[in-house]
Design a binder for this molecule. Structure first.
Ligand code: ATP
Ligand code: MG
Length: 250
């Protein structure tokens, strides 16, 4: 049953429903449901809105993706269930491929996810025929494609595992992640960490790409002036401050 639109947790409840449907359709791993729960807890501490720090990281991500020669967007089960159209819009804006890259890999789930991304209009969906491995990871988690993640210079990996994020960094790539937990290893090893919910972050990055695409002279300055650790410290302070208690949030 759908919650009433004026329910204070409406968006959160609808997002859960979407994820459960994604699980029923075979897009989302059971573990993905648990990972979402951890994300929700951090989102609650943010007031379920995009903060100044999230907004800044979204802008820097857009500039970094625009500067990239070969950007790739990595898609896992939760991403495919929650924001497939939004990812398609971002990949259109950047004219870049998406690559299915899942932690709990089964060929069936890779194929279901690829189908979902094609259904929403993604032109280039990679990952079904991996022909390369990311060094330093075990075989199942290392698989990627030469055309995509292996040769990318900038990778957007929403909800990535910490070890894989580090392995991509060790390959010399710039890594952008979306992760509501500012303390996770992923958050701390990426070049840019967007501490915001996927459902808000992906459209926000696309909006920045669209607004910055005609001003290439601005891109470098936006990226160079950014300090990811400082931004993480700021968002963490925001989470532990008492401002939420004063705002009458239910
Ligand atoms: P690591 O320390 O290895 O990075 P982790 O704590 O991040 O581990 P994961 O299994 O990678 O553990 O968990 C997925 C991450 O995704 C969690 O940190 C969670 O906060 C985040 N997350 C879950 N759902 C969302 C969402 N909708 N938007 C943004 N982040 C999310
Ligand atoms: Mg992580």
């Amino acid at each position: 049953m759908e919650p009433p639109k004026n329910h204070p947790r409406y968006v959160s409840l609808m997002t859960r429903d979407k994820l459960v449907r994604g699980w029923e359709e075979g897009l989302v791993a059971t573990q993905g449901l648990i990972a979402h729960g951890r994300g929700e807890a951090f989102d609650y501490l943010l007031g379920e809105r995009t903060t100044e720090e999230g907004d800044l990281a979204e802008k820097v991500s857009a500039a970094m993706l625009l500067l990239a020669e070969h950007p790739v967007i990595s898609v896992n089960g939760n991403v495919g269930a929650l924001v497939p159209e939004e990812i398609r819009l971002l990949s259109d804006a950047l004219d870049c491929p998406v690559e299915i890259n899942i932690f709990h890999r089964t060929e069936e789930r890779v194929s279901t996810l690829s189908g979902r991304m094609r259904d929403v209009g993604c032109g280039k969906v990679l990952g079904e025929r991996p022909d390369r491995e990311i060094p330093g990871l075990d075989h199942a988690r290392a698989m990627c494609t030469d055309e995509g993640i292996f040769t990318a210079d900038v990778v957007l990996v929403p909800l990535e595992d910490g070890d894989r994020c580090q392995a991509l960094k060790d390959m010399g790539k710039r890594v952008i992640t979306i992760d509501l937990n500012p303390l996770s290893r992923t958050a701390r090893s990426a070049d840019v960490t967007i501490v915001d919910n996927l459902i808000r972050a992906v459209p926000a990055v696309t909006a920045f790409v669209r607004s910055l695409e005609k001003d290439p002279h601005l891109w470098k300055g936006i990226v160079e002036g950014y300090d990811n650790m400082e931004n993480l410290e700021n968002v963490l302070s925001r989470m532990v401050s008492t401002h939420l208690l004063d705002s009458g949030k239910s």
